[in-house]
Design a protein around this ligand. Structure first.
Ligand code: KG4
Ligand code: ZN
Length: 323
C-alpha cells in the first residue's frame, strides 16, 4: 500500500510516499525558515503564504522521487493538528481536494503522535532498504519539539496515553528563547548544542523545576535564570557563551532523561522512543542512551532527518489508522 503523506503544520512544507507504513520511498521537505529568522521566530502569516506556494511542487517532487504517479497512490494521510491554523489549512484543504479528485481514502492524523512514529520507519535508498530495528511495544514516548514536550505511554498504534506535558514553554522553545537572550539567532537548538560541546563546567548551574510526583515539565524558570545570569555581563566584552550554553543544556537534558526513565519504571516498560526537533540534540541522545542502558531500557531516536517535521512520519502513522 503506497501512502502519500502531507505535512504543513508550521514552516515546513513536506510530502512523502511510504510503503506499507514502514519503507520510505521518498521524503521531501521544503522550509520557509530563512524568511522568519530576522524576526526571531515563526511568523504564521508568512509561513502559510509559503505553504500555498510550495504544496503543489513538493507533492509532485515526492511522487517523482518515489517513481510513481498519483495513480499509484492508494491513500493520503495529512496532519490535522496541532499547528499554525493557516499552515494546517493549506495541507488539509489540499489533501481533501486531492483525495476527492483521485478517489482515494484520506486519513487526518495527530502531528505529535506521528513524531514518535518516526522511530518505526525504515529509510530506503532506492536499492537496499536499511532495516533499522523496529521498537517493541508497549513503550514510553518522549516528544520534544519547538511546540511540545510530553511523555506518552504507547500501548499500541491506536492507544497512546498522555502521562505528562510541559506547563509552560516547550523544550525547543526554551532553547530558542535562550538563544535569543544570548543573541545567537533562530532556531536556537542547533547553535546551543554546538556551543555547549566546548563549555563543560561545574561553576554555572541553572536549576531545573522538578515538579515531583508528576510527569509534567516546566522550562520557563531555567530560561529566566539564564536571563538573570547574563545580565551581569551587560557592559562587559566577554560573555562565557559556551559555558552558559553547556549549563543550560545540561539542565534541560537532565530533567528530560530523569522523567523519561521514571515513566519507564512506573509503566514497567523496557522501550523508550523519542521524537521531535530536540531529539536531534547530541547531549540528549548521548545521556538518554547511557542512562537507559544502565536500566536495561532500549532507547530509539529517529535519524536526524526524521526528527524535524516531515511527511513520512504522517504517512507511516496514518497507515495504521487506514488498515
Ligand atoms: O519538531 P520541530 O522541527 O518543530 C516543531 O514541531 O516544533 O522542532 C523544532 C525545534 C526548535 O525549537 C529547535 O530549536 C529545536 O527543535 N532543535 C534543537 C536541535 N535541533 C533543533 N534543540 C536542541 N538541540 C538541537 N540539536
Ligand atoms: Zn513537529
Amino acid at each position: 500500500m503506497n501512502i502519500l503523506g502531507i505535512e504543513t503544520s508550521c514552516d515546513e512544507t513536506a510530502a512523502a510516499v511510504v510503503k506499507n507504513g514502514r519503507t520510505i520511498l521518498s521524503n521531501v521537505v521544503a522550509s520557509s525558515l530563512k524568511e522568519h529568522t530576522k524576526y526571531g521566530g515563526i511568523i504564521p502569516e508568512i509561513a502559510s503564504r509559503h505553504q500555498l506556494e510550495l504544496i503543489n511542487p513538493i507533492v509532485d517532487k515526492a511522487c517523482t522521487k518515489a517513481h510513481c504517479t498519483l495513480k499509484d497512490i492508494d491513500a493520503i494521510c495529512v496532519t490535522k493538528s496541532p499547528g499554525l491554523i493557516g499552515s494546517l489549512l493549506v495541507g488539509l484543504s489540499f489533501a481533501r481536494a486531492l483525495s476527492f479528485a483521485i478517489q482515494r481514502p484520506l486519513c487526518e492524523v495527530d502531528h505529535i503522535k506521528a513524531h514518535l512514529y518516526a522511530n518505526f520507519l525504515s529509510l530506503d535508498n532506492g536499492k537496499k532498504p536499511k532495516a533499522n530495528k523496529k521498537p517493541k511495544l508497549p513503550a514510553i514516548g518522549l516528544i520534544v519539539s519547538g511546540g511540545h514536550t510530553s511523555l506518552y505511554y504507547i500501548k499500541n498504534m491506536h492507544d497512546y496515553q498522555l502521562l505528562g506535558q510541559t506547563r509552560d514553554d516547550a523544550a525547543g522553545e526554551a532553547f530558542d528563547k535562550v538563544a535569543r537572550i544570548l543573541n545567537l539567532g533562530y532556531p536556537g537548538g542547533p547553535v546551543i548544542d554546538k556551543l555547549a560541546r566546548k563549555g563543560k563546567n561545574k561553576t554555572i548551574q541553572f536549576k531545573y523545576a522538578d515538579l515531583p510526583h508528576t510527569f509534567d515539565f516546566s522550562f520557563s524558570g531555567v530560561k529566566t535564570a539564564v536571563l538573570y545570569y547574563t545580565q551581569q555581563f551587560k557592559n562587559k566584552k566577554h560573555i562565557p557563551l559556551e559555558e552558559i550554553a553547556y549549563s543550560f543544556q545540561e539542565s534541560i537534558v537532565s530533567i528530560l532523561v530523569k522523567k523519561s526513565l521514571e515513566a519507564c519504571k512506573k509503566k514497567r516498560v523496557k522501550t523508550l522512543v523519542a521524537g521531535g526537533g530536540v531529539a536531534a540534540n547530541s547531549r540528549l541522545r548521548e545521556k538518554l542512551t547511557t542512562k537507559a542502558k544502565e536500566h536495561k531500557i532500549n532507547v530509539h531516536f529517529p535519524p536526524l532527518e526524521l526528527c524535524i517535521d516531515n511527511a513520512a512520519m504522517i504517512a507511516g502513522y496514518g497507515y495504521h489508522h487506514l488498515t
